[in-house]
Design a protein around this ligand. Sequence first.
Ligand SMILES: Nc1nc2c(c(=O)[nH]1)N[C@H]1C(S)=C(S)[C@@H](COP(=O)(O)O)O[C@H]1N2
Ligand SMILES: [Mo]
Length: 385
Amino acid sequence: MHEELDRRAVLKGAVTLGGLAALGVPLWSMPALAQGEEMVPFTDIPSSFKPGVTGGTGLYYSDTREIDSFYTDNDDFYIVQHYGRPDVDAETHRLKISGLIDKPRAYSLADLKAMEAIESDIGFECGGNQTALLHALAGNARWKGVALSTLMKDWGIQPEGTEVVFFGADSGEEEVRRATVDMKFARSLSIADASRPGIMIAYEMNGEPLPHAHGGPIRLVVPGSYGIANVKWLDRIHFQNTRWMGRFMAKDYVTLREHKVGDEMQWTMDSVSRTLLKSVVVRVTRSGDHCTVTGFALNDGTPLAKVEVKVDNGPWQEAVIDPQSSDSSWKLFRYTWNKPRRGEHTIVSRATDINGQVQQTQAEVPKKVTYWENPGQWPRTVRIS
Ligand SMILES: Nc1nc2c(c(=O)[nH]1)N[C@H]1C(S)=C(S)[C@@H](COP(=O)(O)O)O[C@H]1N2
Ligand SMILES: [Mo]
């Protein structure tokens, strides 16, 4: 009954969190195993799966079976960077603003902190998130910073300025046709995309100064986008009249995919950007005569209508979505699977947004040959003993 109330409240937005608490409805919790509760083993974990630090560039991810809260701890939040982590001193760091604007300028961290702040819950995943990692390149945090749209109003962007480029302090050698150059990490957005509310220059993560591994002292956070958009160690914002065609826009993080063009199919390269509608099952626990199936959903910020779970060849059954969720956060969901029978079972989830868009099966996802962007439904197998 409580779960039903949670769900309706989420869908209609009718009851606030405080309201739910006042009604005596427990707020969402997924504590470490409760008494009498046990993990149900997945039988699809690749033997190669090894969470933790895995190499020189400092890639880090934890184990999605251990996701137990809406906010991912800063220490557990996955880490990806391609050129290592640059030394950045928070005291002397400056964010430079340049290009097709009336007056170039620079901000210190103190300047940014003195401005009006926004705070929001934003979840994202790496565009390279995948089954081999149990989809562990994902996390959700509370970010605090300055709204980019507010700052942009002060800069006097000239009419020819149609694209805004965000640079990190990191760089590396890139080779194109046997020429090698030193290239900075950079990503660009159209002015229209950059003007969306909610995009921020963040200096805090879950109430702490932004950790260096996550881009401290400042990074860009673009709600509804894959992680690649969230430029860490942000040190320049530049306005120009063409798209930025650096490695991470034009060469890497591009999905080689088939599109319908007129009446024929054509291959092209899409720069990884907005997050495709997705949900995954990450954990199954058992307590007495029922199991609890847990997972997370991510998308481009369109409100979700529902997440459903299917066991074996049974019907799709609606899961309960964590009432703490917001459009920009990840959405944890939970489904109660009553009286599971002994043996092997297949469990899969699918998310549906309010526009009626339904998460696709692997077979329905448009044909692609690169491993970027993996929103397809992910059937998991478990053994009930
Ligand atoms: N400056 C810079 N920003 C970067 C990257 C990088 O290599 N350099 N990697 C991007 C990628 S691919 C991802 S998935 C996210 C990861 O952010 P996190 O390490 O805080 O989880 O940062 C993005 N921002
Ligand atoms: Mo990424």
